[in-house]
Ligand binder design. Structure first.
Ligand code: FE2
Ligand code: FE2
Length: 281
């Protein structure tokens, strides 16, 4: 089956330029006093500044050749990711104030993304759509079937939710860019390229996750089997963020997949209300 865009014609992608938590500190184990859950979200946060820079650089070269609608979406996507990066740089600095050192994580990521930047543009783009699928399905899971951030301070929870709604809004921008860029490929070749990239990206993503969480465990002096078991339980059993996101992950491999096969824009409204009421706080 041919893959074609299923992005809603009335989709609106709003960059929301909001600054979170300036001048305040982050508790060391800000997620409910749980070092394991905190280490997981800290690791995601650590990856965003370099990751989102990579996404922007992968998509931007296609803007000039895109039709007007897609070009506008690419501009909005880039604007959103740039502000996400900025806010996670600030958040990471606040985490670092608690005595964590991001040096090894940053070097690890730099090595990965330097390798990624050597790939041909279409491969960079296919890695980007795989990672954007990860962010979109994690965002969906966090906002829909469980409040993984309920135990976080309100302002930190709001930052993650703000990031999540924007990931949902722009979830198909890189994907549609890929479809346009690879339009001369046969549907089978396109399917193979994005699935092959997803498998490799998944391996790289989980390897990074283990490395990053291990770094936070090391700084906390809890790098032991008990912590790793607690992490597996946290991610896969209760509250089981990865377990809840797994069906959406596998949907990516279906021929004809498109991120907007699931229209989850309804999740955005509730968060939006909290942002506007606190944006100036
Ligand atoms: Fe983002
Ligand atoms: Fe994104």
């Amino acid at each position: 089956m041919a893959e074609e865009t299923q992005t809603p014609a009335d989709l609106a992608i709003h960059p929301r330029d909001i600054a979170f938590g300036r001048g305040s500190s982050v508790p060391r184990w800000w997620l409910g006093g749980d070092p394991v859950a905190t280490a997981f979200f800290n690791t995601l946060s650590a990856s965003f500044p370099q990751g989102e820079r990579f996404f922007m650089d992968a998509v931007r070269p296609y803007r000039d050749a895109a039709d007007a609608t897609l070009a506008a979406q690419i501009a909005a996507f880039t604007a959103q990711e740039a502000v996400h990066s900025r806010e996670h740089v600030v958040f990471n600095a606040r985490i670092a104030e608690q005595g964590y050192d991001f040096g090894r994580i940053d070097s690890y990521l730099k090595k990965e993304f330097d390798f990624g930047r050597k790939l041909p543009p279409l491969n960079r783009l296919s890695a980007t759509i795989a990672l954007e699928h990860f962010t979109a399905i994690l965002a969906h899971a966090i906002l829909s079937d469980g409040d993984d951030l309920a135990a976080a301070p309100a302002e930190i929870r709001r930052m993650w939710q703000w990031h999540a709604i924007e990931e949902i809004e722009h979830k198909a921008v890189a994907f549609d860019t890929f479809l346009a860029a690879a339009c001369r490929f046969s549907p089978l070749r396109r399917w193979w390229l994005r699935c092959y990239s997803m498998v490799l990206t998944t391996i790289i993503f989980f390897h990074f996750l283990a490395f990053g969480v291990g770094e936070f465990f090391r700084h906390d002096g809890i790098e032991n089997l008990r912590s790793w078991r607690a992490l597996l339980r946290y991610l896969w059993i209760e509250p089981g963020l990865l377990r809840r996101a797994a069906p959406s992950y596998f949907a990516y491999f279906k021929p004809g997949f498109h991120p907007w096969r699931v229209d989850d824009r309804a999740l955005i409204a509730d968060v939006e209300a909290t942002l506007t009421s606190h944006a100036m706080a």
